[in-house]
Design a protein around this ligand. Structure first.
Ligand code: FAD
Ligand code: EPU
Length: 338
């Protein structure tokens, strides 16, 4: 185990925020993980499990121990008439896992193509895109319980998945290290192309016969057209969640803004596009120093180079206040603030 001291986390977060971690190491096996977690070093302090760093905003130096997940391996563990059960180690890059599934004709994750980060983080906020969420393909996960020092298995129900939510963001926050996730993937694909511009993109590609490959390619093209490349411009995807409001609240806004981007999620509730709310408040394309609001998709806050995490956070606070005073809706951050 190689423990580094006072190292910059800039290469380890997609916002490219330059903060220092007091201690840093990687782990490539559960044994190594146990060894670090239970080291008797009194200086270890608070621990942070890091995957690809694509859903975190560091607002200050991290005065603890960063444990970067490097667990690797993908295997087909069983199959039945309908499903392949594929187990992936938590440190696998999510998009590589998606490509592995596409190449082997395991269907169900193609709509989640090109989401940055690791397999291990996929259940944390129940990643979702283009009409599919991880809960739709989830079978079980294994996680290391830091205080009880044992491995535990979580079923679909145990995870309490919701929109960008799971038990690991709430009750069990920072208590478990996810070490592997097993997904249930279809032998016979059920294509989901109703969402957003997928169909339009497939037509543009002149696709005559649907396939999981074609859907994946269409989604990669759509995503690249509006989400900034993190290698060039720091960001963590959507900074806020799309708020869910009562039908009454939606209707009040709709009476004044007939072009509101929203859709019903139940008889009484509507989900409103936070990007639309932020754009209406005039933030789209805004820049102060190196902190800004993406000109192509207002829900994405960006670091043009040397913004600090505090500057990005302060901008998010200003956006929350202005959306609240114009629409009476309080946006909730999706990104993990550290
Ligand atoms: P990290 O940022 O490293 O960690 C996120 C949180 O999970 C932290 O609290 C961390 O402590 C915890 N964590 C990470 N790994 C583990 C583990 N093994 N065990 C326990 N805790 C762990 N998200 C979507 O849902 N849909 C999208 O369409 C989407 N698009 C994005 C586009 C861009 C350009 C970017 C930059 C991000 C996007 N995201 C999206 C957000 C992000 O990709 C996901 O949240 C992803 O799952 C984060 O993975 P990560 O490995 O980078 O997690
Ligand atoms: N819109 C605007 N102005 C903007 C941005 C969006 O008016 O600046 C409106 C448009 O009408 C657009 C609608 O909002 O049609 C929805 O926009 P988009 O399709 O880009 O999706 P989103 O709701 O902004 C969500 C997820 C994304 C996910 C996409 C595709 C959340 C918080 N975000 O974004 O996830 O990729 O849908 O499914 O739910 C992430 O979580 O990091 C992320 C990128």
């Amino acid at each position: 185990m190689n423990i580094q001291q006072n190292i910059s986390l800039k290469p380890f977060n997609t916002f490219n925020i330059d903060v220092v971690a007091k201690k840093f190491t990687t782990f490539s096996s559960v044994n190594e993980l146990e060894e670090v977690v239970h080291s008797n070093d009194p200086g270890i302090g608070k621990k942070l499990i890091l995957g690809g760093g694509s859903n975190v905003l560091f607002t200050k130096n991290f005065e603890g121990f960063v444990l970067k997940n490097n667990l690797k391996g993908i295997e087909l563990v069983k199959e039945d008439e309908t499903f392949y059960y594929v187990k992936a180690a938590a440190g696998e890059i999510w998009h590589n896992f998606v490509l592995h599934c596409i190449n082997n004709n395991y269907a169900g994750v193609e709509n989640l193509s090109l989401i940055p980060g690791t397999v291990g983080a996929s259940p944390i906020q129940n990643i979702g895109a283009y009409g599919v969420e991880i809960k739709d393909v989830f079978y079980e996960l294994e996680a290391y319980n830091i205080s009880d020092k044992c491995m535990q298995t979580f079923s679909l129900n145990d995870c309490e998945f919701g929109y960008r939510e799971s038990i690991f963001k709430k009750k069990y926050k920072d208590q478990f290290v996810i070490t592997s996730v097993t997904y249930k993937l279809l032998k016979k694909p059920q294509y989901a192309i109703a969402y957003g511009a997928i169909e339009k993109e497939l037509n543009k590609m002149q696709v005559t016969e649907l396939s999981i490959q074609a859907i994946s390619e269409a989604i990669c093209t759509i995503r690249a057209s509006k989400l900034p490349d993190t290698k060039l411009i720091g960001n963590a995807g959507s900074f806020f969640k799309n708020p869910v409001v009562s039908k009454f609240r939606w209707h009040v806004i709709w009476e004044q803004y007939r072009d509101i981007a929203a859709y019903p999620v139940s008889d009484m509730l509507y989900k409103i596009a936070a990007g639309w709310l932020i754009e209406q408040c005039g933030w789209k394309g805004y820049r102060k120093g190196d902190a800004g609001c993406n000109p192509l998709q207002a829900l994405v806050l960006v670091n043009y180079g040397n913004a600090t995490g505090k500057e990005i956070f302060d901008l998010s606070e200003e956006i929350i206040q202005s959306v609240k005073s114009k629409f009476g809706i309080e946006l909730e951050r999706e990104v993990n603030i550290i």
